[in-house]
Design a protein. Sequence first.
Length: 200
Amino acid sequence: MSRKLVLASNNAKKAAEMQTLLAPLGLEVIPQSRLSVGEAEEPHFTFIENALAKARHAAAVTGLPAIADDSGLCVAALGGAPGVHSARFAGEPKSDERNNAFLLEKLAATPDGERNAWYYCCLALVRHADDPCPLIADGEWHGSILTAPRGHGGFGYDPLFWLPERQSSAAELDPAQKNAISHRGIAMRQLLGRLRDMTN
């Protein structure tokens, strides 16, 4: 496999995080924006299908292996919503603040004991656009939804995502703490193990 890997995302923070995690394997992570790759369509109902669609699109345009992440928040009382629509739950343009306000509005009548939720992350890595055996890794992070935001760190729904075992919101964790226990951290470690086996 090429030592260069396209990240099917324009998120600079995500690119830096992945570069750090994959550096021990000697892999260079290149954000798709540096290679003039436009965003892929994400029409699917599941995280895994959207992650694969993004990875295959980036690989097809660049001719390089590609990795994609699709993740979001699932709330039990809302039947798993916002799910794959997490980034645009309150509509366009994307806004964490509006998404959080909309989530609180949707759960206004839901009592504390019924506000269970989980973050989910799916990572997909393809060696080429038509790879029949993509590497898939996933992770879940369980908590519940607060009735008001707490903390100023993280992003997305972190200020509303309560972790009872830590007595804090995800937004009150420092980045290292969050990466150690989050859905994306779990998925990345799983993928890293599989990649290490593959590159040894």
